[in-house]
Design a protein around this ligand. Structure first.
Ligand code: NAD
Ligand code: MG
Length: 401
């Protein structure tokens, strides 16, 4: 069946990789003479971008979607000029993004925005019963309980794009839910695997941004260096797979070939392997339950020297334990945890704080928040705003003293 796709955040790393996946799928379908293959085409119906307007306009020129959203309204006029003469209906702001997520002409929404900014559009798509291929993990951290409940209620298919969660989703198909003993979330270890406390203290932005395996957007690259990314993924897995944090383990796997594993009660461990390439996970979320020939590199196991695994160093990376702690407490702690990190990463990327301050600031906010255990969405958003402000206030007071 023809797939009509909207990509929220099409100008980012996941967004541009999604367009590569669609190109790859359509070109392999083109080579297939079967009439059914032609009917299977993947059509780009809508795209959204925030401030990289030139790239969004280029994408609109190339893929000819019928709709586009410019979420930072300051760029709307510029975008209109750049796309003059093209038959595209343009929406603006967060409201415009929600309209795109709800379009009747769309079956699959790829949620590829970074941060909690993607929450309302992802939720809107879920409430329209769409297939939601979700890369945007922060909304799942903050409101995973609600998003997964709404997906059930509205018959939406919530399919993970995060590579570890895609791997778990695939491995889970080997058994029944009650037969799962634990989930093993893998991590490459990031740029500071084997680092000392001093290395972390003196980390430069260049070291932080030099991820050994993945080329990703700036926020998740910083999160991978602090291991906040793994912490967010523990909470993401907890909600996506309805599994207690005590059944989740983190395993460092520097080769990044095994994308995660599920251990069943009989002792069998099922892993999903593949080249470290996000197009694999993106594509599976688009084609599930089918598998089609796409653009990811084939894995050549005979060229690999070894697949190694080790326990993470939680003293060097306290974020991992914080992730378990927040998955256990739940409620507004998750919103505070995520928001403090978003604010601290922004400060780090702007050159205003040191790398080691990021996790410290998240800890500071968790210790100071007046957290509620079972929170509503407005309470979550209030906690998000509180933590973002608390980070700035804490930095201000440190500057004074
Ligand atoms: P990115 O920074 O490269 O792209 C972010 C996208 O979001 C851009 O299109 C940008 O225009 C849009 N955006 C930014 N701020 C916005 C706002 N306030 N409102 C609306 N749109 C906004 O990020 P990315 O690396 O593609 O990551 C996207 C999401 O996917 C993140 O949640 C990340 O954790 C997750 N993820 C990414 C990867 C990866 O390989 N990049 C892997 C796993 C999960
Ligand atoms: Mg991941």
């Amino acid at each position: 069946m023809r797939k009509r796709i909207a990509i929220l955040g099409s100008t980012g790393s996941i967004g541009t990789n999604t367009l590569r996946v669609i190109d790859g799928l359509n070109s392999s379908l083109n080579g297939n003479e079967q009439p059914s293959a032609q009917a299977d085409k993947f059509e780009v119906v809508a795209l959204s971008g925030h401030s990289n307007i030139k790239l969004l306009a280029e994408q609109v020129r190339r893929y000819r979607p019928r709709f586009a959203a410019v979420t930072d309204s300051d760029y709307l006029e510029q975008f209109r000029r750049l796309t003059e003469g093209l038959d595209v209906e343009v929406f603006a702001g967060e409201e415009g993004l929600t309209k795109v997520a709800e379009l009747d002409d769309v079956d699959t929404v790829v949620a590829a925005i970074v941060g909690v900014a993607g929450l309302s559009s992802a939720l809107a798509a879920v409430r329209r019963g769409k297939r939601v291929a979700i890369a945007n993990k922060e909304p799942l951290v903050v409101a995973g309980k609600m998003i997964t409940a709404e997906a059930k209620k509205y018959g939406a298919e919530l399919l993970p794009v995060d590579s570890e969660h895609s791997a778990i989703f695939q491995a889970l198909q080997a058994g029944r839910r009650q037969e799962v003993a634990k989930i093993l979330l893998t991590t490459s270890g990031g740029p500071f695997r084997g680092a000392t406390i001093e290395d972390i203290e003196n980390a430069t932005i260049e070291q932080v941004m030099a991820h050994p395996v993945w080329k990703m957007g700036p926020k998740i690259t910083v999160d991978s260096a602090t291991m906040m990314n793994k912490a967010l993924e523990i909470i993401e897995a907890h909600w996506l797979f309805d599994i207690g944090q005590e059944k989740i383990e983190v395993l460092v796997h520097p080769e990044s070939i095994v994308h995660s594993l599920v251990e069943f009660v009989d002792g069998s461990v099922i892993a999903q392997m593949g080249s470290p390439d996000m197009t694999l996970a993106i594509q599976y979320a688009l084609t599930y339950p089918r598998r089609l020939k796409g653009c990811a590199k084939q894995l050549q196991l005979d060229r690999l020297k070894a697949l190694t695994f080790e326990k993470p160093n939680t003293e060097i990376f306290p974020a991992i334990e914080m992730g378990f702690e927040v998955a256990r407490t739940g409620g507004t702690a998750a919103a505070v945890f995520n928001a403090a990190n978003e604010a601290a990463v922004e400060q780090f990327l702007a050159g205003r704080i040191k790398f080691a301050n990021i996790v410290e600031l998240v800890r500071h906010c968790l210790d100071r928040c007046d957290c509620k255990s079972d929170a509503t969405l407005p309470e979550m958003l209030e906690a998000d705003a509180w933590a973002k402000k608390e980070v700035l206030e804490c930095l201000k007071s440190r500057q004074k003293s």
